[in-house]
Structure formats: C-alpha cells, structure tokens
Design a protein around this ligand. Structure first.
Ligand code: XIL
Length: 297
C-alpha cells in the first residue's frame, strides 16, 4: 500500500499520529492526517488540565472535535491520559491524600464515561515509574495517596468504559532496564491478582538509536498476556530513517504489538523543538524517515 495507515492495516496494525485540535483548520496538516493515518491521539486535549479545568466542571469541546474528526473517517482513537503527575489543573496539584484520590477517581469516571465506546485504547496511567536504577515508583502527589493508586485507576477506568483497551504508558522503557523491569513486575502482579490491564505503551522518544533489546523487551511484556503499543514515537538525529525502520520491524515481529503512533505530523508540529524528529518536514513533504517507515511496514 502507499500510505502508512493502509500499509499497517495490511499487517493488522494501526499507524497513528498525535494531533492538536487547533490545527484541524490547517489544510496542509489535515490533508496529511487524512491520507496517511488511521489512528489519532489527542496531544493535550484529554489531559486533566484540559478536561477538568475547575473541580467538577468538565470541558470536552477540543477533545470531542478530535474524536469526531477521527471517527467520522474510520480512524481509531487512543485516549491520553486519565491519570498523570503532569499537566494537572492547579486545583488538583494542591490536593493530597483521600481528597486527591477521590478527585482522581471522579475524574477517570467522568472522562471515560463521556467517551465510552469511542476509545480503542486508554492510557489510563502515564509515567508513574522513576528513572534510574531503583525500578520503583516516581514520587508525585498521586503516588503519595498510596501505592494502590494505579490499580484503583485501572479498575475505575474498566468500570466506566468496559470496551476500551486499558494501557499503562511510559518513557525510557524501550530496552530491558530497571525502569521497564519495575513496570514488568507491576503488570505481572496485576495479571496474577486480576487487576484489569490490557496493554503497555512504549513512548519511544528516541535519538539516533534504539536499544538492541527493544523487540525482546516488547516480547517479554506480550508474554505476560498484554498487548504492546508504540505510543509517542519520535526520533532525532542523523540515523533517523534507519531507526524508524528498526522500530517498525520490531513491532511487526511481535504479534501482540497492535500499532505505532508518531508524536506529531510535521517537524514543525513536534514538542521537540528544533530536533526535527518526525516523518514530514515543516512544509508537509515526506522525509527519508517516511520512506524508510513505509518500506518497513
Ligand atoms: C507533550 C505535548 O506534546 C506538548 O504539547 C505539551 O506541552 C507537553 O506534553 N510524554 C507524554 C506526552 O506522555 O503527553 C507529552 O506530550 C510528551 C511526553
């Protein structure tokens, strides 16, 4: 096939992009989106600060715009994200303990209920593990509500939207390392105790290389009985095209890898300003990385 989405679909996968509601009137952007991608992730529009700017008052217009653009064109949606230490509204940042815990549960219930039936995968919890050698949790206001906050988040999401695939999502988890092993142990424990979890997302914000054990890492999670997804792929550096091909090949080699999402469309859309880590240049032209990706699919 001649597009990323159609080629991925031939292999039973999706190929997605993170998109911004504010760019849906940019015709260059939308032309590429509609031609190449069959999945989207709202880049910011479903985060806590966007969906519940004041406590108990929900704001869905921008997220709804993305979901309706996607679904009317047959694209699936990754919901990102229900519980995260970052991009919380100010009112939540100042809460703690059982008050914060109830606010989190209510937030998840409300948002997942609003979008019930429309989301292929939810990133239920994002970036809850610490970097470095310890393999433990990151400190955050949510973590300080008790170590069980992650399983509570997953159970709450399952109750609100039973048809969605529920994912744990993180970065610096691409290879087998203490952080990814900490997450691996959590997933194994959840599976053993019946805590609902369906997949693990690997953000894959990379520069010039991908760990040699990337595929083996995806496979060890798949072997626990969860799907895996490449959720926020972007790759800086001169070896970009080769690394894109290698990431695609790794996903295709793991039968439980459902698909890949790039974190933006054009280099000018990237959060990694000046690093040009995406598949299209600022004018929307296909880069060498695009061709390498398409050829690998
Ligand atoms: C980034 C967005 O791309 C930016 O627009 C925003 O200012 C900050 O967040 N990990 C994640 C994403 O899970 O939500 C982040 O997105 C990038 C890192």
């Amino acid at each position: 096939a001649t597009t990323l989405g159609a080629s991925a679909a031939e292999k039973g996968r999706y190929f997605g992009a993170a998109i911004a509601a504010g760019k849906l009137n940019d015709s260059n952007y939308v032309t590429i989106l509609n031609r190449e991608f069959n999945s989207v992730t709202p880049e910011n529009e479903m985060k806590w600060d966007a969906t519940e700017p004041s406590r108990g008052s929900f704001s869905y217009a921008n997220a709804d715009r993305i979901v309706s653009h996607a679904r009317s064109r047959g694209m699936s949606v990754r919901g990102h994200t229900l519980a995260w230490h970052s991009q919380q509204p100010g009112w939540a940042q100042s809460l703690s303990g059982s008050t914060l815990r109830s606010a989190m549960v209510n937030h998840i219930t409300q948002v997942a209920t609003h979008f019930r039936g429309q989301i292929y995968t939810w990133d239920v919890v994002n970036e809850a593990f610490a970097d470095g050698g310890g393999g433990g949790r990151r400190d955050s206001n949510l973590q300080r509500t008790g170590n069980d906050w992650i399983e509570v988040a997953f159970r709450t999401a399952r109750a609100a939207d039973p048809g969605a695939k529920l994912c744990y999502n993180d970065y610096n988890t691409d290879g087998i390392n203490p952080k990814s092993t900490g997450i691996y142990n959590m997933v194994a424990d959840f599976k053993a105790r019946g805590v609902p979890i369906d997949c693990v997302g690997f953000q894959s914000h990379l520069t010039n290389s991908v760990p040699g054990d990337y595929q083996a890492n995806l496979q060890r999670f798949a072997n626990l009985g969860v799907d895996v997804q490449i959720t926020e792929l972007d790759i800086a550096g001169s070896n970009q095209a080769n690394v894109y091909a290698s990431v695609v090949n790794s996903c295709l080699a793991v039968s439980r890898c459902n698909g890949l999402t790039v974190w933006g469309i054009r280099d000018s859309d990237s959060w990694r300003t000046g690093q040009n880590p995406l598949l299209f240049d600022g004018s929307g032209n296909k880069k060498a990385a695009y061709t390498a990706t398409l050829n690998a699919l």
